[in-house]
Design a protein around this ligand. Structure first.
Ligand SMILES: CC(C)=CCC/C(C)=C/CC/C(C)=C/CC/C(C)=C/COC[C@@H](COP(=O)(O)O)OC/C=C(\C)CC/C=C(\C)CC/C=C(\C)CCC=C(C)C
Ligand SMILES: Nc1ccn([C@@H]2O[C@H](COP(=O)(O)OP(=O)(O)OP(=O)(O)O)[C@@H](O)[C@H]2O)c(=O)n1
Ligand SMILES: [Mg+2]
Length: 163
């Protein structure tokens, strides 16, 4: 059980990074409004440079706390993990646009896990061992937390959709 909690703690920067993006209401779309070859937006207006910046700032900041437990290089790990979490979030948006799901449209599992997959890739690149049980545990927690926090964010008017 302890190993599951330690595995979960590795993902806190990604959670905070993904959770802080929505505080940016209007921003500069990363795809600059351009369309992909299929005539639909590359990412859509939900992926902005400002959101990326806020996500990286908060994700890296939480690394200062993790560094107390895991050593200073976790400040870099948190930055790198937050960056990949946001790449995962952008990949999720890219896939949703290809599937003709509009910005803010629902994509169960993809919405909840896109940033977790991105963060996992970052941890693997950095050689941080995550076993399958830890990954499944984090994926379940992220799925549940995502549904709950999106509901809260919707009620708080932070998000225009509750997912
Ligand atoms: C992770 C740990 C150690 C504890 C979690 C404790 C907990 C359950 C806190 C409740 C969170 C809360 C009160 C949220 C308020 C509403 C909110 C700001 C939600 C964020 O937006 C929803 C969603 C957007 O996802 P999407 O872009 O993919 O649609 O955020 C995704 C949610 C998660 C990744 C699950 C984890 C969420 C958190 C750890 C808390 C939310 C993060 C913040 C409040 C960021 C802190 C930064 C600022 C600017 C205050
Ligand atoms: N790189 C990012 C990621 C998120 N956000 C903000 O956070 C909100 C919620 O993020 P998310 O749910 O991932 O985007 P959606 O609006 O659902 O758009 P999509 O369908 O493309 O996921 C977005 O609307 C946007 O305002 C942002 O500005 N920049
Ligand atoms: Mg979404």
């Amino acid at each position: 059980m302890l190993s599951l909690l330690i595995g979960f703690s590795f993902y806190i920067p990604a959670f905070i990074a993904n959770g802080s993006g929505p505080f940016v209401r209007k921003g500069t779309p990363i795809d600059r409004g351009k369309n992909f070859i299929d005539g639909r937006r590359i990412f859509g207006d939900g992926k902005t440079f400002e959101g990326l910046l806020v996500a990286l700032t908060f994700g890296t900041t939480v690394g200062l706390i993790l560094a107390k437990f895991y050593g200073n290089w976790w400040i870099f790990v948190s930055f790198f993990e937050s960056l990949f979490a946001m790449f995962g979030d952008m990949s999720g948006a890219f896939i949703k646009r290809r599937l003709n799901i509009p910005r803010g449209g629902r994509a169960i599992l993809l919405d909840q896990l896109d940033f977790v997959i991105g963060a996992t890739i970052a941890l693997i690149i950095l050689g941080i061992q995550i076993n399958i049980y830890q990954f499944i545990f984090v994926a379940i927690i992220a799925f549940l937390l995502h549904i709950m926090t999106n509901d809260i964010a919707y009620r708080l008017k932070i998000k225009s959709v509750p997912w």
